[in-house]
Design a protein around this ligand. Structure first.
Ligand code: SF4
Ligand code: SF4
Length: 89
């Protein structure tokens, strides 16, 4: 019998309505004290998962974030860092 390989590819049965929180391996964690509101993360997220408030503060929509790390890569102050899911951070 062929061994099943686990991947991070979304399937309808596993990710109801495209929500990704059940299979993402890493999540971006925001340290607001380091954020300079440059909005690079908001501009660069390929999934539109960075929320921008009226005062230009940002937050992550974890329902749809895929954990790709683009936002953390673009952040000039390391306000966003990628943490492993379940690491408690
Ligand atoms: S990890 Fe990827 S999908 Fe999630 S908020 Fe950052 S850029 Fe968007
Ligand atoms: S890229 Fe970093 S510093 Fe800029 S708004 Fe996003 S979290 Fe804040």
């Amino acid at each position: 019998m062929k061994e099943r390989v686990k991947t991070t590819i979304s399937r309808p049965a596993d990710a109801a309505m495209g929500k990704t929180g059940t299979w993402r391996d890493f999540r971006p964690v925001l340290d607001s004290s380091k954020c300079i509101k440059c909005l690079k993360c908001w501009i660069s997220c390929p999934e539109g998962c960075i929320r921008r408030a009226e005062d230009d503060s940002v937050s992550v929509d974890y329902d749809y974030c895929k954990g790709c790390g683009v936002c953390a890569n673009e952040c000039p102050t390391q306000a966003l860092t990628m943490k492993r899911e379940g690491s408690g951070e």
